[in-house]
Design a protein around this ligand. Structure first.
Ligand SMILES: Cc1cc2nc3c(=O)[nH]c(=O)nc-3n(C[C@H](O)[C@H](O)[C@H](O)COP(=O)(O)OP(=O)(O)OC[C@H]3O[C@@H](n4cnc5c(N)ncnc54)[C@H](O)[C@@H]3O)c2cc1C
Length: 405
């Protein structure tokens, strides 16, 4: 365990060694402030490493306005300002400076060439140490004390007295990585309002009949989904419990807002219903309706999983089937558990912080960053990018606070 900075001279405590906390530490140390990063876990950046295990999607190469529009939550103009300050190309240049070359896939998603998070995290932590940042792991922040911060450590409770603090404690998904949202209680104890955490970028459950469940594991490609005012195009994955995939993640906020969540799937977004009917041609004699659905799925090249969905949803004539293919209702039971989700919606309410500095109004000198704030974004690199830019804002403001003290 490394020693804490001398409490007689000003310093900044960053709690939470995920991307938001590390970025806050980086910006603060560059501003000339002494920084110690604390984390409850025995090592840093565990969720970042999990994110890297399936290909670390760092950011997305799309124009600033379109980029900022992906974020839900936060005051008007907040994300546009952040992305104007530090956009996708800046993040790529930052990674290159660490020796990590990136590439943009045809979708615009940006990944390290190795696809992994570990080399980037190693280089980042090494550079932070070289610049003077110290790390104290196995330090679980348990709340505020009159004089500072309380930590549970292997050698008992410790009281730490920094000049300012950045809390970057993450959301509530994948608690085994350390992001267990246990920070809600100590913040609530000082009156800070937290919007309940909810699973975001997650699968949803549906009551499939057996004939549909038999196709679990089948990707459903080239479709479009509408839920309330949200629409997304791409791919879904049929699972035994319901649906997964980027398209359902993208409409999750709309589904969560519905008392009885339902979405509509267009299995043939590029073709009109009338064209489908024409393409079907002559109706085979003597076909029962369920067989007609299977035949339609075959002639419209929809695949056997969609055929099973159509057949299970009731038969109908060709015109009726065409309408259903274009506007197929899927009732959902609810989201998968938060622990499984890629991210969480909800978090510290925006009216609890000053949006220009991310300082808690009730706790001067305490700044917030990353997923623990009440915002959400779809997958595609927007989550990590959001953590970087809020980390930078909090780190810079906290450094000014320390230097001015
Ligand atoms: C499977 C998976 C894949 C993902 N893939 C991507 C992707 O490709 N692209 C993308 O943009 N996003 C991805 N994400 C999301 C992304 O990883 C998170 O949004 C991001 O890590 C959040 O960063 P953060 O710094 O806010 O918090 P975290 O990374 O969660 O870090 C919070 C840190 O705080 C520590 N901590 C918590 N409580 C305490 C406490 N009381 N005391 C001390 N320390 C504490 C934790 O140990 C943790 O190290 C993925 C997430 C998952 C689960």
């Amino acid at each position: 365990m490394e020693a804490y900075p001398d409490p007689r001279s000003p310093w900044l405590a960053v709690i939470g060694a995920g991307p938001a906390g590390l970025r806050a530490a980086e910006v603060a140390v560059a501003a000339g402030v002494r920084v110690t990063v604390f984390d409850a876990q025995p090592s840093v950046g565990r969720k970042f490493l999990v994110a890297g295990s399936g290909g670390l999607n760092l950011t997305k190469s799309v124009p600033g306005e379109r980029f900022a529009a992906q974020y839900l939550g936060g005051p008007a103009g907040f994300w546009a300002e952040r992305i104007a300050e530090f956009g996708p190309e800046d993040l790529r240049a930052w990674a290159a400076d660490l020796g990590v070359e990136t590439f943009a896939a045809t979708t615009g998603r940006v990944y390290p060439r190795s696809m992994k998070g570990a080399p980037l995290l190693r280089a980042w932590v090494r550079r932070l140490r070289e610049r003077g940042v110290t790390f104290a792991v196995r330090h679980r922040w348990s709340g505020f004390a009159a004089e500072g911060l309380r930590f549970a450590t292997p050698s008992g409770e410790r009281l730490v007295t920094p000049t300012a603090t950045v809390l970057a404690l993450g959301g509530g998904s994948w608690p085994e990585t350390g992001s267990d949202a246990a920070w809600i209680a100590p913040l609530a104890a000082v009156g800070v309002r937290v919007e309940p955490l909810a699973a975001a970028n997650c699968g949803w459950e549906a009551d499939w009949p057996e004939a549909v469940r038999a196709w679990a594991g089948t990707p459903l490609k080239n479709l479009a989904v509408t839920a309330g005012a949200q629409r997304a195009a791409g791919e879904l994955l049929l699972t035994d419990y319901g649906l997964e995939g980027g398209v359902i993640y993208a409409v999750g906020a709309a589904l969560r807002a519905m008392a009885e969540p339902e979405m509509r799937v267009d299995f043939k977004p590029a073709v009109e219903a009338a064209t489908l009917v024409r393409r079907f041609g002559a109706v085979p004699r003597g076909r029962v309706e369920a067989e007609l659905a299977v035949e339609a799925a075959r002639r419209w090249r929809l695949g056997p999983a969609v055929a099973a969905l159509l057949a299970a949803s009731g038969g109908g004539d060709v015109a009726g089937l065409a309408v259903r293919v274009k506007n197929f209702p899927v009732r959902l039971r609810g989201p998968r558990p938060l622990a499984e989700a890629i991210s969480s919606a909800g978090g510290v309410a925006w009216d609890e912080v000053d949006a220009g500095t991310l300082m808690l109004r009730r706790q001067p000198g305490v700044f917030l960053a990353g997923e623990m704030l009440d915002w959400e974004a779809p997958t595609g690199g927007y989550l990590l990018h959001g953590c970087f830019v809020t980390g930078a804002l909090a780190g810079a403001a906290a450094a000014r606070y320390v230097l001015g003290s």
